[in-house]
Write a protein that binds this ligand. Structure first.
Ligand code: ZN
Length: 164
């Protein structure tokens, strides 16, 4: 395993729509292991493949490890199946936008389906911080970052803070 370089916004690779993964090759397995290692080292709770320059639909996540509730997930070709009407606002950071926290409103509960590294298909419901994390990482696979959720004035303020 090795650490991968995390791209920083506004790297153009963070604005691309990523391609589905066709087969779980040894390269994909190595990428997943490297991404988990990179996420924990950062330290962060989620990391999407485009953040390490690989434009494929995969992310890793461990929403609770900092609270001693580790549950590492490798999500290949993930998709939301259901989202709640109820919304929640969470302060979200991003390893590609260090030092910036943005308050973002998203559905409070989601159900996601994905393929695991073993090729199995998984379905799981997420709420609380994990629901925000799942949606944040899914956004990366479509070239969307936290800034893209903000109104123009807030975005301008946070982008200026980021650039400073
Ligand atoms: Zn991010």
């Amino acid at each position: 395993m090795s650490l991968r370089e995390v791209l920083l916004w506004p790297d153009p690779r963070l604005k691309e729509i990523c391609a589905p993964i066709e087969a779980i090759s040894p390269e994909i397995e190595a990428l997943a292991a490297d991404m988990l290692e990179t996420m924990y080292a950062a330290p962060g709770r989620g990391l999407a493949a485009p953040q390490v320059g690989v434009l494929l639909r995969m992310f890793v996540m461990d929403a609770g490890w900092k609270e001693g509730k580790s549950d590492p997930l490798v999500c290949i070709n993930p998709m939301l199946q259901e989202v709640s009407e109820e919304r929640a606002v969470m302060a979200e950071g991003c390893l590609s936008i260090p030092g910036i926290s943005a308050e973002i409103s998203r559905p409070a509960q989601v159900q996601m389906v994905w393929t695991g590294l073993n090729g199995g298909r998984y379905t799981q419901g997420f709420n609380g911080f994990a629901a925000a994390c799942v949606q944040h990482e899914l956004d990366h696979l479509d070239g969307v970052v936290t800034f893209d959720h903000l109104d123009a004035a807030t975005r301008e303020k946070l982008e200026a803070e980021y650039a400073a």
